[in-house]
Design a protein. Structure first.
Length: 110
């Protein structure tokens, strides 16, 4: 658990920014060990777009209590990842629960 948190998530974060399918696959595999696969979607399509704004659940707010931020961040990132996948599928003209919904796939695997 500690090794995954200390090393796995950091490596997964870096691999998630890469362009090759196998590096992104490794990112998702590492995130799976901490049941955090939604991070791949939310971080790249949500956090980077809204960093340090109230729309970004991964950015702490000024004066926010650490434990409240942690809870808000974990729940908010998971919810936002679903929203981002629904938006992506809608753009592609697909049903929100189409088989290509990455969040649905991740939840089944986890």
């Amino acid at each position: 658990g500690i090794a995954c948190g200390a090393f796995g998530i950091n490596v997964a974060h870096e691999l998630g920014h890469r362009n090759t399918w196998y590096e992104q696959w490794m990112s998702k595999a590492l995130l799976l060990t901490s049941l955090n696969t939604h991070f791949f979607i939310e971080h790249n399509r949500g956090h980077h777009l809204h960093v340090s704004t109230h729309e970004d659940p991964a950015s702490a707010r000024r004066g926010e209590w650490l434990y409240f931020f942690w809870f808000r961040s974990m729940i908010g990132e998971w919810i936002n990842a679903w929203k981002l996948e629904f938006q992506r599928l809608k753009k592609e003209g697909k049903h929100p629960l189409h088989w290509s919904n990455a969040m649905a796939q991740y939840q089944i695997i986890q």
